[in-house]
Each structure stands twice: as structure tokens, then as C-alpha cells.
Design a protein around this ligand. Sequence first.
Ligand SMILES: [Zn+2]
Length: 396
Amino acid sequence: MALTSSQLLEEVKKSIKEVTPDDVRRGLQSGDIQHVIDVRERDEVMDGYIPGAHLIPRGFLELNVEEDVSMDRSESIALYCAGGNRSALAARDLIAMGYSNVSSMIGGIKGWKDAGLKIQTGGLLTEEDMQRYSRHLILPEVGEQGQQKLLQGKVLLIGAGGLGCPTALYLAAAGIGKIGLVDADVVDKSNLQRQVLFGESDVGRPKVEVARERLLDLNPGIEIVAHHDLMTSHNAFDIMADYDIIVNGCDNFPTRYLVNDAAVLTGKPVVDGSIFRFEGQATVYDSAAGGPCYRCLYPEPPPPGEVPSCSEGGVLGVLPGTIGLVQATEVVKLVLGKGEPLVGRMLLYDALDMKFRELKLRRNAECPVCGDAPTVKELIDYDIFCGLPGHSEAAG
Ligand SMILES: [Zn+2]
């Protein structure tokens, strides 16, 4: 028997349960309706949907309903679309799958809006984002929600050098929504051996400006803020205020202590990395999470005369790539809230032996900034000097 579409719809609507928008509102309030599913296409949903609705386009409904909504065939589900036709057909198909308590909302989202009921907008990935981040979206640990968290992430990179370059590239690619870069340097030819954001034609230009262009080319959907400045006690709080996570890739001790103290005082985690010759290390200082800070390990800087200068040590060009990407990985984990962060653990890497080791780090109750009786209560500008004896350093 041949049916026109309107005849089919008429038949289907007779065989399923239809409810009004007000029924759905009341059902959601009382708990009689456990799930609402919006079966429209993504571009239609962008303009708004019923708060709390599952968003599953009609074409994926049967495939995804068990995983995204419920395995339990007796739970009550209300379906809606733009005007009430697609959801009626969808209801018929869920019933065929054995769902026994399914309804279709008359009038769809238009009816819902006309009834003056509340809709939710925003927080959805665009079609463009769905393509760009598709390899994230198919990971259950990330998914659309995780990608949204990444896009809302605000991360400040101290230093656009050997560590900052690879970290910035991967964070931008991953879709960290706001990335700040602090660096007062210009690109030097000797940087190109390891600072992978820059090219020959960039020599002489401010690193943060080149970095901004390169990162926006990689991902135009995010915000890159260039701070062409030295971090000091005067601007540190201001610069850090807009960010949730600080990534330290700086190559001098004054900045290292400054960043540590500012982060402890404002309760922000610092994803720290350092490199020297063939060795590197990385950890996450997070005093707000009960972990140690940098001063727990090194309470005070040594006198400037006792340490080698920044450029003396040398560094294997690929080394900052390895450590910078450990830092980028930790940032992504912190933003997603997944996995075990390197809090209270120092990862040590020896490139020549190709070995990773791990040291336990403990909070020091006598730490001058995060200890039980802190003495450092404001930021201090130490004189510029490099490398700490017995501690690898030189990230530039
Ligand atoms: Zn401490």
C-alpha cells in the first residue's frame, strides 16, 4: 500500500502517545518524564533547546539512544523536533526497539517557545568545531563536553622559548580557548634549533607576536593574548588574573620564584618544566590541591654569583619538545579533570639513556609561601640570574 507522507504521519501519530509542551514541562518537574531528546539536526539546535535535553539527531537516534540516554526500556522519554513530525516518527522507532514509555511533543520546539517556556542556548560545538576536534569527540573521556571544557580553558604560558613553543602549539591545536603568552624577547637565530614556533623570516621580531600569528593560523577559533613584557612583581597578578592554569617555561630564577609565589597566593596550579643539556624534568605545583610548591623544594634562591649563566649550559634541540609536551599533556588533563596529574611527583627524563624516573615531592610545612606560617605574603623581585646548583635549569 502506497502512502503519502501526510498519510504516514497521520497513521503514526495515531499509534503513539503525543503530549503538549506543558505536559513535558510538568512531567520534567514531577519526574514523570525522565528524559527529553531533541532529534533535530545540530544546526537547528544551535538556536536553542529545552534545558537538559539530550541532543541526538534523528539519523543517529536508534544507534545512540542506549549509550546516551538509557538502556532501561521502561524509562519515560519525551521526544521533540522542530514541529512534531520527525519526533513522531522517531517515537515509533523507539517503540519498535522496545521502549515502552515514549511520547512525542506536539508542535516541537516552536510549540515550546510559543508556550513561553524556557530554552537554553550556547555551549554547543559548531559544525566547524565538530570537524576540527573529531578525534577528541570520539574519545569517551573527552567527547563534546570535554571539548567544551577545553574551549573554555584559560592557560597562561610564561616564556615563548624552547618549552613554551611546543606547549603552545599543542594547546592551540587541542582547542584551549584562551592562551596567553608572556615573553619580552625577540626571535634570535640561535632559537631556531628548538623553538619550533619561529622561522628564519621571524628573526628580530617579538616572539609573542610571531607566536600569536602562527597559533591563530593553526586554530583561528581560539584567543591568543600576547604579553610582550617581563613578568615582575608589579604586573604578575594582573597578567595572571585572566587565567586558570599557569605553565612555566621560563629560564631564570626571579621569574620562577615570582610565578610560584603569585600562583600560591592566588591558588592556581603551575605546570612546571625545566631542561638542561640532555636532561629535563616536569611537575605540577598545586598548593590549592594540597601539593607542594617550588619553594617547598627550594625555599630561597642562592646568591647570584653561585650559579652558571643561562647560555653556558647548552641544550639538545629536541629535549624541550619532550618536556614541553609533558607540560601540554598535564594542562589538557587538568582542564578535562581526567587522569592523575603530576602533583607531588617530579618526572625526570634523561635523553641520552632514554629513561624516565619519578621522584616523590612533599609539601614542606615550613615553606615560606605555602607552609603553616608563611613569611612571603607579597611578590618579590630577585636579581636576574640563572641555573641553581644541583638543579637542572635553562629553558630558553
Ligand atoms: Zn611551598
